[in-house]
Design a protein around this ligand. Structure first.
Ligand code: 3PG
Length: 205
């Protein structure tokens, strides 16, 4: 099975799509694709999220589209029906990790401490989402665990922004950073798709 970093193929920004409707989700994804981004994550936080994911895959077949905010094995089972290219979870439990392994889909499980990392590592996941990165220790935490979990890499998400993302990306155990700051709610509400494209371009340098 491919690793998350292989899907990213050098892309260092994992932009998050939070949409209130399918149409809005497609427009956000198009704005991201216009910034030459190839991988996006649709978070499952509204009634229409899975429909949005499917529509983005149909409309923009060149994009690699993941499903995020997968909290448990039941949500995972629903998410898999939309055929996401990968799965992101904000947390991990033995049940969820087992279901991720069984799904055979590329996955980025979420961790917030050393016990979580050990659990995910035991389940066979060498690449993990650190969430919420800014509250779960941020850069000092990632530096501290680099010498202990030498075979583990991270995609910090939660509290990442234009000002701190380069400091995270400078760490050898960080493969990418994720976040919503490149598709701010106010831009989406104002239908300012160009602002999203520009923020994505600036963030993926
Ligand atoms: C997530 O789903 O990973 C978080 O909502 C991202 O956090 P952010 O909004 O601080 O980028």
């Amino acid at each position: 099975m491919k690793r998350f970093s292989e899907l990213m193929a050098g892309q260092t920004l994992l932009p998050i799509i939070q949409a209130d409707s399918v149409e809005q989700g497609i427009l956000i994804a198009k704005a991201m694709a216009n910034a030459e981004l190839k991988v996006v994550e649709v978070v499952l936080r509204s009634e229409s999220s899975l429909e949005t994911l499917t529509a983005i895959k149909e409309e923009l077949p060149e994009l690699v589209v993941g499903a995020g905010t997968v909290l448990d094995k039941h949500i995972l089972a629903e998410a898999l029906l939309a055929k996401p290219d990968y799965i992101v979870t904000p947390c991990c439990t033995p049940d969820l990790l087992r279901a991720l392994v069984d799904s055979n889909v590329v996955a980025l499980p979420g961790v917030a401490n050393c016990a979580d990392i050990a659990l995910a590592r035991d389940a066979g996941f060498p690449e993990l989402k650190l969430f919420p990165a800014s509250l779960a220790g941020g850069i000092p935490f990632l530096k501290a665990v680099s010498s202990v979990f030498q075979d583990t890499s991270f995609c910090p998400t939660g509290g990442i922004n234009a000002d701190n993302k380069n400091d995270f990306l400078a760490l050898p155990n960080v493969v990418a950073v994720g976040g919503t700051w490149v598709a701010k709610k106010e831009w989406v509400e104002a239908e300012n798709w160009e602002a999203i494209t520009q923020a994505c371009c600036a963030a993926n340098l």
